[in-house]
Ligand binder design. Structure first.
Ligand code: DC
Length: 223
């Protein structure tokens, strides 16, 4: 059976995962949240009292962790459901360091390709179109102004009943974008053949519809 893949990359908090989930649901494709996998590695290092900036520390845990994602977008670290936990602030603050190590990237890229094998998938991350799925049917590079991304994240936090500062959220997003796009291994960048989608003024549904129509166009070209 023919399989298809959609790669959605872009900076932090650009709404990639919500859009990716919606697209996967509409097409009945598997959804893989690759950021959650880097977050799970970070969580494991925090819990073991390790230094996320140390490549040695990161390497030392790679054969101690198993990871899987289920159809509902839940992530399991050594069979523990850590879906909610990996979105907490301590992990968010340190994940840019843990995910920059070459050994971590090699391990997770291999795992992501393995998970996608033989499936039609939607994957979101930073290096999906450039590294993980270079032959994806459709590559989208999603951007949005930092102000609109910060506002989205801020409203999300408030809706969860958490306290939040718009200014701090914006600074943290800028800091993560800087690290993710300046790191040595697989930095965040647009693949040459990715389609740029600015979602600053789009609702989630408009975003999903835009990606679906780009996908149908691409898939039609392949027939
Ligand atoms: O999308 P997110 O905020 O859950 O991603 C968490 C971190 O993981 C982010 O700092 C970038 C990194 N990441 C990455 O380097 N490569 C990916 N494919 C996905 C995420």
């Amino acid at each position: 059976m023919k399989t298809y893949s959609i790669a959605i990359d872009g900076p932090a908090a650009s709404g990639k995962s919500t859009a990716a989930k919606g697209v996967a649901k509409a097409l009945d494709f598997l959804y893989l949240d690759t950021g959650a996998m880097y977050r799970a590695i970070t969580l494991y290092m925090i819990e073991k009292g390790l230094d996320t900036r140390s490549e040695e520390d990161a390497k030392s845990i790679l054969d101690k962790v198993t990871m899987r994602e289920d159809k509902n977008g839940h992530i399991f670290l050594n069979e523990r459901d850590v879906t909610e936990r990996v979105r907490e602030e301590d992990v968010t603050k340190l994940v840019s360091y843990a995910c920059a190590h070459k050994a971590v990237r090699e391990r997770l890229v291999a795992l992501q390709r393995e998970m996608a094998k033989g499936e039609s998938v939607v994957m979101d991350g930073r290096d999906i179109g450039t590294v993980v799925l270079p032959d994806a049917t459709l590559k989208v590079y999603q951007v949005a102004s930092v102000e609109s991304r910060a506002k989205r994240r801020y409203l999300e936090e408030l809706s969860k009943g958490k306290e939040a500062s718009l200014d701090e959220i914006q600074k943290d997003i800028e800091r993560r974008d800087y690290i993710d796009s300046h790191r040595e291994h697989s930095p965040l960048r647009k693949a040459e053949d990715a389609i740029l989608l600015d979602t600053s003024d789009l609702t989630i549904q408009e975003e999903i519809d835009a990606i679906l129509s780009l996908f149908h166009e691409k898939a039609g070209e392949l027939k």
